[in-house]
Design a binder for this molecule. Structure first.
Ligand code: BES
Ligand code: MN
Ligand code: MN
Length: 463
């Protein structure tokens, strides 16, 4: 790849400007009040892909938000890279914890990002990382160095479970045919410790509702004599972990892949400081499953977490009441071989079975997906590894992530191709949190590294 540095230094201000414009649109897929903004973002991506050099770009309607599809086919005998990303973002709340408004991007310098970071919802997850691919593609097209065919599939429902993407993929197998799927929607260890994500956890997300009396009651007149759904729900949830922080749902661990000693030793070699980890989160101690290290707990072990819990009076001041209902949203992160639908059923059966007679419970499954692990002895991984070596001067470390991109396992099944996860974000970038940001250095490094992947993948595929 010639002149990537030169092209970057000439165009980096514009690259940052363009991303900032994209970040101004509040494409919150979870909140229907923003539906027009989500649709506008799809249009913006379409025109960005056209300007970058795609031959055809279409907005593909679904039952939900549209999928933007673009391609440039230069020679059907050459390999094809399919780039996946998402243009929707998480809701920004809690709003009052943002130091600058989530949809008015601002560049600020920090300790981890001395060259500045762009603060905005979606900066890292995933508009910034997705847009690196659009700009890397622009560079290859404009300098006549595109070595292979490219397809882009950018969706608008990732943050709400990619409900309509599965059908789109199943119906468009030929159109989406590819030799490798390339995604930047994960992270790396540190700016001087590049890594490639080799695993994602699966997910089962459920909501539970506990109902006691048919109306809210005076907690003095009825308290002590009638089940309080808040109390009951708290107790039921607490019972889902034992004293060693193992999950108590019968059968939950039956299919969990156990890693060998060697694999675990290898994982433990990845640089990690528990002290720094605790300090970054302002915690005195970590917490998790007995017998596993922090880096194992959040990558190779399944979990169960309450994401939200409510019921009764939560307004200002005090109101004495026994609520009629209590609710919780619960996510379970899954590891290879656990089937998300099976786990959802196990949860439902168990949760219903532990409810006392004084209440009724309902379990409502939301969404889920399978985990993913990818081998490192593939052409695609080797090409990615060499690309990082070229631009970081270091061999990247393969690392499993705790996050989920449920659609990746579906891609493998439907399109029969492997996915390479080249993430350039950092754990400290605060994705899904207030003050999400993406380092300017990371953004530009991604744009610099991606073209080498294309080059090496094409070279290595033909040899
Ligand atoms: N990009 C994230 C997933 C991610 C982040 C994986 C960092 C690895 C490292 C993605 O947008 C996401 O947030 N996924 C959701 C699941 C989805 C079904 C809502 C998640 O992991 O909670
Ligand atoms: Mn994402
Ligand atoms: Mn996300």
């Amino acid at each position: 790849m010639q002149n990537v540095q030169e092209y970057l230094s000439k165009n980096k201000d514009r690259f940052i400007e363009e991303l900032i414009e994209l970040l101004k649109i509040p494409s919150i897929s979870a909140d229907s009040a923003f539906s027009q903004d989500v649709i506008d973002t799809a249009e913006a991506i379409k025109s960005a892909l056209e300007r970058a050099g795609c031959d055809t770009v279409e907005i593909c309607e679904t039952n939900g938000y549209p999928i933007v599809y673009g391609e440039k086919i230069i020679n059907s005998n050459l390999p094809t890279v399919l780039v996946y990303g998402h243009y929707d973002v998480q809701p920004p709340d809690p709003m009052d914890l943002w130091n600058s408004p989530p949809f008015e991007p601002e560049i600020r310098k920090t300790e981890t990002h001395p060259e500045g970071a762009i603060y905005a919802r979606g900066a890292c997850d995933d508009k910034g990382q997705m847009y690196m691919h659009v700009k890397a593609f622009e560079f290859m097209v404009k300098t006549q160095q595109l070595p292979c065919n490219v397809k882009f599939m950018i969706e608008g429902e990732e943050e709400v479970g990619s409900k309509n993407l599965g059908e789109f993929v199943a119906l468009n197998k030929e159109k989406l045919a590819n030799d490798v799927i390339l995604i930047s929607d994960t992270g790396m260890i540190a700016n001087d410790i590049p890594s490639i994500t080799t695993g994602l956890r699966g997910l089962s997300y459920v909501e539970v509702e506990v109902t006691g009396p048919n109306r809210d009651l005076h907690s003095g007149l009825y308290g002590g004599a009638v089940a309080n759904p808040n109390n009951i729900l708290a107790k039921m949830i607490a019972s889902l972990h034992d004293e060693n922080n193992h999950i108590t749902i019968p059968g939950f661990y039956d299919k969990v892949e156990e890693l060998s000693k060697e694999e675990r030793n290898q994982m433990a070699e990845a640089p990690f400081s528990l002290e720094r980890y605790k300090k970054a989160l302002d915690i005195n101690d970590v917490h998790g499953e007995e017998g596993y290290l922090t880096n194992e707990r959040n990558a190779i072990r399944p979990t169960l977490d309450v994401n939200g819990m409510w019921g009764g009076y939560t307004g200002e001041g005090a109101k004495t009441v026994i609520p009629s209902k209590a609710f919780a949203k619960i996510s379970m992160r899954l590891v290879p071989n656990q089937d998300w639908q099976e786990i959802t059923e196990l949860f439902q059966k168990h949760f219903e079975s532990i409810a006392p007679k004084s209440v009724t419970v309902k379990v409502k499954p939301h969404h889920g997906g399978q985990g993913y692990v990818t081998p490192i002895d593939t052409v695609a991984y080797q090409a990615a590894s060499k690309a990082y070596e070229t631009t970081f001067g270091k061999t990247p470390i393969p690392q499993r992530s705790g996050g989920s991109i449920p659609i990746v396992s579906l891609f493998e099944r439907e399109l029969e191709s492997k996915t390479i996860l080249m993430g350039f974000g950092l754990d400290s970038d605060a994705i899904h949190s207030p003050n999400e940001h993406f380092g300017v250095w990371n953004y530009l490094k991604g744009i610099e590294t991606i073209p080498y992947f294309y080059q090496y993948f094409t070279e290595m595929s033909s040899s």
